[in-house]
Design a binder for this molecule. Structure first.
Ligand SMILES: C[S@@+](CC[C@H](N)C(=O)[O-])C[C@H]1O[C@@H](n2cnc3c(N)ncnc32)[C@H](O)[C@@H]1O
Length: 209
């Protein structure tokens, strides 16, 4: 997906993927990662997700990466948050209590940025990307994250020939291929619904070393 696609979407103000409530899968299944302590959580392609506030409330340090400055500005203003500009060579963005929000391209993220990352939360992130970009996304994450960093990932499966993405259909089998280095990829829940008359299955995956 080209950056302009997302910038135009944020400019239009129509962001159907944004949830007004904390994601149920996050609340229900985050504890299953059995993280020791309350380390840093990477939220790639974070939008203005309220889930970042939930993770912060749990005690985590949050690192969000988002292309759209407007998304991050709305996140701050809609949640009455004060922030300072971030000091970073590759990104603009914001620094606030227990949270860093980097504005720019996810693919510029470095291993140094991710040094402290203990877990990844991917909701509406991998499914936002077309196939080639998903491949690059998985490779990039595995390059910059500390080895064995666990994920909670929410994917959607549907017949891609009946509907265009985003969100794209990402099969569980694709995740197993892209993240083959994980010893355990477990489906902990799934929910079926209809979208534009097509059957969609949302699956919650835990990726663990
Ligand atoms: C479908 S939205 C999901 C947002 C968020 N994860 C949520 O659950 O609401 C995908 C987001 O990824 C951002 N995005 C797309 N490509 C990106 C990239 N290369 N780097 C950083 N952010 C990107 C878009 O601007 C958009 O806000």
């Amino acid at each position: 997906m080209q950056a302009d696609f997302w910038h135009d979407m944020w400019a239009s103000g129509v962001v159907g993927f944004h949830q007004q409530e904390i994601n149920r899968f996050l609340r229900d299944f985050w504890p299953k990662l059995e993280l020791e302590g309350q380390g840093r959580v990477l939220v790639p392609l974070c939008g203005k997700s309220l889930d970042m506030l939930w993770l912060r409330k749990l005690g985590h340090e949050v690192l969000g990466i988002e292309l759209s400055q407007k998304a991050l500005d709305e996140f701050l203003s809609e949640n009455q948050l004060n922030a300072e500009p971030v000091q970073h060579d590759n990104y603009c963005g914001y620094e606030l209590e227990q949270m860093t929000l980097l504005c720019g391209d996810f693919f510029q993220l470095t291993a140094e940025d991710c040094m402290q990352v203990q877990a990844v939360y991917d909701r509406a992130s991998i499914v936002a990307l077309p196939p080639k970009m998903r491949h690059d996304y998985a490779r990039h994450l595995q390059k910059v994250l500390p080895k064995g960093t666990p994920f909670l990932m929410v994917i959607m499966e549907y017949d891609q020939s009946t509907m265009n993405g985003p969100p794209f259909s990402v099969l569980e089998s694709e995740v197993r291929e892209l993240f083959a280095e994980f010893a355990s990829i477990e489906v902990v829940d799934e929910e079926r619904f209809e979208r534009k008359g097509n059957a969609v299955t949302e699956k919650v995956l835990l990726l663990r070393p």
